[in-house]
Design a binder for this molecule. Structure first.
Ligand SMILES: Cc1cc2nc3c(=O)[nH]c(=O)nc-3n(C[C@H](O)[C@H](O)[C@H](O)COP(=O)(O)O)c2cc1C
Length: 430
C-alpha cells in the first residue's frame, strides 16, 4: 500500500477545504488535531495539497500493516531479521511529472514562530556507498534558497559515515511514504543493511531507479528531490524544534543542492509536526524490538516495551517482564540500555501493570519501588544528542533505572491490586 492509497482509505480523515497558509497556519491546525489525520486541499502558496498526522499512533501503524498493536514488536523484529528484496519497476508514479526547481512552489511548511526557515521534516534520504550499498534514514532539511536545503546530520551514524568518506555525494530525498518505508528508515541497523529491504518485509514495496544516480528509491512516494550534498558547502541549520519539543541549537551543516524534482500527478506533500506524536512514534517505536530482544537474550521473559511519549519517545522506556528471579528487574534495566543506547531512564514493571497507562505505571513505582534496593545508576555515559540536560558538547549524562517490580517473596502487605466487584451502572441509574 502506498501513502496515497492509505490516505484514500482513511475513514477519519479531516479534509480542510479552506485556503490555508504554509506559514504557521497549517502547523497550528495539525497541532490542534493532534492524533487525527488531516488533508489540506488548498494551500495559499502552492498548488499541491498537504497531508499530516497520518501515522501518529501505534494503532495507525498497526492498521497500515494489518496487525494488532501487540504484534508490532514481532512484526518489526521479523522485518529487521529477514529483509527481502523489493520489486523493481519502471514508469514509477513518483516520476510521473517533473517540475521546475523552485522550493517556493512546494508547500514546505514553516512550523513554529522561531524556526530558522521552512522545513522538510518527513523526508526519507536515500544514499549510497561503494562499500556498503544503500542506506535509508531521516534528516530534517531547512530551505535556504529555491534549490538548496541545509541538512541536519547526527554524527557517527551511517549517513554521516558515507558523507565523511565521500565528502560530496548524490542523494535523493523522498517525501510521502507509507509506514513500511518510514518505520524502516527510522531503524538503526548496522552499516551495509539496506532499509528498503526491511521496508519490503514490513509490507511489499515497489522501488525504481533514481533519475540522476544509480540508486533505488520508493516508487510510489509523492515527491523525489535529487541532487548533491557536500561537506565543502556548510550553512547554519536551525533553530528548529526537535523530538523533545525544545528548540535545538543552530549548527553548521552540509548543503544539499537539488538538480531534479519529480512527483506524482496531483502530488500530496507529507508534513510532520516536529516533536509531536508522529515524530515521537516514528523515533521511539523502532527501539522497542531491539530492547525487547536484549532483555530476552539476558534470560528474562520480556512481555512488552513502551518507549513512551511522556519520555519524548526516546529518553524513557517502560519494560514489562514476567519476573521469575529477584534480580530480573535490575538485569532487565541493564539489557534495556543495551537495546537503546540513547535511553536515559528505564522503568521495569511486573506483568499485572499496564505500561501504556501513566497512572498504573506510577502506582507500581509508588507501591513496589525502594530506592536503596531497586535503583540502578550508571554515572556519566554518552547520552542522547537530543537531551537538553546532557552535558553540552560531550552529551555525557547520568542514566538510571527503576526496578518497579514487586519482590517475589512478600513479608508484609501484599503487592496485588485489590479486585473490586463490578456493577452494570445502567441498571442503577435509569
Ligand atoms: C521523523 C524523524 C526525524 C529525524 N530527523 C533526523 C535528523 O534531522 N538528523 C539525523 O541525523 N537523524 C534524524 N532522525 C533519526 C536519527 O536516526 C537518530 O535516531 C537521532 O538523531 C537521535 O540520535 P541520538 O542517538 O544521538 O539520540 C530522525 C528520525 C525521525 C523518525
Amino acid at each position: 500500500m502506498s501513502f496515497r492509497s492509505h490516505l484514500e482509505g482513511l475513514k477519519d480523515l479531516n479534509v480542510i477545504k479552506k485556503l490555508v497558509s504554509k506559514k504557521l497556519e497549517a502547523s497550528a491546525v495539525i497541532n490542534e488535531l493532534n492524533d487525527k489525520p488531516v488533508l489540506f486541499e488548498k494551500i495559499k502558496e502552492s498548488d499541491f495539497k498537504v497531508a499530516a498526522n497520518i501515522f501518529p499512533t501505534k494503532d495507525s501503524i498497526a492498521n497500515y500493516f494489518g496487525c494488532k498493536v501487540n504484534e508490532l514488536i514481532p512484526t518489526i523484529t521479523k522485518a529487521i531479521e529477514s529483509p527481502s528484496k523489493p520489486e523493481v519497476v519502471e514508469n514509477a508514479p513518483c516520476q510521473e511529472e517533473e517540475m521546475e526547481i523552485d522550493f517556493d512552489k512546494i508547500p514546505i511548511l514553516f512550523h513554529c514562530e522561531n524556526d530558522g526557515g521552512n522545513y522538510i521534516s518527513s523526508g526519507v534520504v536515500v544514499s549510497k556507498d561503494q562499500e556498503h550499498g544503500q542506506n535509508l534514514d531521516f534528516h530534517r532539511c531547512m530551505q535556504i534558497a529555491k534549490n538548496k536545503l541545509v541538512v541536519r546530520i547526527v554524527k557517527k551514524r551511517n549517513f554521516d559515515e558515507f558523507l565523511q568518506k565521500q565528502k560530496k555525494m548524490p542523494i535523493a530525498i523522498c517525501i510521502g511514504n507509507g509506514a513500511n518505508v518510514l518505520v524502516a528508515a527510522a531503524t538503526s541497523v548496522e552499516i551495509g543493511r539496506n532499509e528498503l529491504e526491511i521496508a519490503n518485509t514490513l509490507e511489499p514495496l515497489k522501488v525504481t531507479k533514481a533519475k540522476t544516480f544509480d540508486a533505488l528509491i520508493p516508487a510510489e512516494c509523492e515527491f523525489v528531490l535529487e541532487g548533491t550534498i557536500s561537506l565543502e558547502e556548510l550553512h547554519d541549520e536551525g533553530p528548529f524544534v526537535d523530538l523533545t519539543e525544545t528548540v535545538d541549537v543552530v549548527r553548521q551543516e552540509p548543503v544539499f543542492t537539488v538538480t531534479k524534482i519529480t512527483h506524482r500527478k496531483d502530488a500530496i506533500w507529507q508534513a510532520l509536526l516536529p516533536g509531536k506524536l508522529e515524530h515521537k512514534i516514528l523515533m521511539g517505536m523502532p527501539r522497542e524490538p531491539t530492547m525487547f530482544k536484549k532483555v530476552n537474550e539476558a534470560g528474562i521473559k520480556c512481555i512488552d516495551v513502551n518507549v513512551n511519549p511522556g519520555g519524548c519517545s526516546w529518553l524513557h522506556a517502560r519494560i514489562k517482564i514476567d519476573k521469575k528471579n529477584e534480580e530480573d528487574g535490575k538485569k532487565a534495566i541493564q539489557a534495556g540500555f543495551e537495546g537503546h543506547k540513547s535511553c536515559k531512564h528505564i522503568f521495569v514493571y511486573d506483568k499485572d501493570i499496564d505500561i501504556y497507562n501513566d497512572e498504573d505505571s506510577e502506582w507500581a513505582m509508588a507501591t513496589r519501588f525502594q530506592a536503596d534496593k531497586d535503583f540502578v545508576m550508571k554515572e556519566k555515559e554518552k547520552g542522547s544528542s537530543l537531551d537538553p540536560s546532557a552535558e553540552p558538547g560531550t552529551k555525557m549524562t547520568t542514566k538510571c533505572g527503576f526496578d518497579c517490580t514487586a519482590p517475589l517473596e512478600t513479608k508484609g502487605k501484599s503487592f496485588g491490586k485489590a479486585v473490586f466487584p463490578k456493577a452494570e451502572l445502567k441498571k442503577y441509574l435509569e
